[in-house]
Design a protein around this ligand. Structure first.
Ligand code: AMP
Length: 208
């Protein structure tokens, strides 16, 4: 199964993706995680991306598109994938369509995890992330329950950057809801509920 996850930052896409990966064994392709790894490694890509990420802006399309194309070629993605955080605008969606077509792969579902902006602001400012594996939890957890790594506040989860990320989402990413609705593959889940309730709906929407 090949899935695109849509939803504002902090909607819970990463958490739902992780549960699906554990359940169904498909590849989790998070462009945010890939970019943060590039920043930590201080690679050329990481150095170029960092300024945009810290400012809550999108990293230029070509950089992210190359990263995703490369990742889709890896073996684990052949069994299926969940794209989390990509595409983020129409240009990326169009390139993804043509890339998948040239690989002979079909996108099955675009799954929107829907959460109201006021809930998002609260969640993101309280969110802490594992430095090693990317696991997220609300403030108050010092070490990662999954790998014991250090939990920290991402620079872009600080209040001054959250507003810009939400603007970017509204202006550039939200139009993809219409895009995938037009392709007749959009499914929607209310993300403003406990994780396991959301996941139960995700499973039933995906026919699992
Ligand atoms: P995320 O972890 O998905 O919230 O992504 C963190 C940051 O990485 C975003 O605010 C962007 O700066 C950058 N980023 C992640 N995915 C993309 C993408 N598909 N296109 C452009 N920038 C991205």
């Amino acid at each position: 199964m090949n899935i695109v996850l849509l939803g504002a930052p902090g909607a819970g896409k990463g958490t739902q993706a992780q549960k699906l990966v554990d359940d169904v064994g498909i590849a989790h392709i998070s462009t945010g995680d890939l970019l943060r790894a590039a920043v930590s490694a201080q690679s050329k890509l990481g150095m170029e991306a960092k300024g945009y990420m810290d400012a809550g802006r999108l990293v230029p399309d070509q950089l992210v598109i190359n990263l995703v194309k490369e990742r889709l070629q890896q073996d684990d993605a052949k069994k299926g994938f969940i794209l989390d955080g990509f595409p983020r605008n129409t240009q990326q969606a169009v390139v993804l369509d043509s890339e998948l077509e040239s690989m002979g792969i079909k996108l099955d579902v675009a799954l929107l995890v829907d959460v109201k902006p006021e809930v998002i602001i609260n969640r993101l400012s309280l969110r802490r992330t594992c430095r090693d594996c990317g696991y997220t939890a609300a403030i108050g957890v010092d070490s990662c329950p999954r790998c014991s790594g250090e939990m920290y506040q991402r620079d872009d989860d600080r209040p001054e950057t959250i507003a810009r990320r939400l603007d970017t989402y509204q202006n550039q990413t939200a139009p993809l809801i219409e895009y995938y609705c037009g392709r007749k593959i959009l499914k929607e889940v209310d993300g403003d509920r406990p994780v396991d309730e959301v996941y139960a709906d995700v499973r039933s929407l995906l026919g699992l």
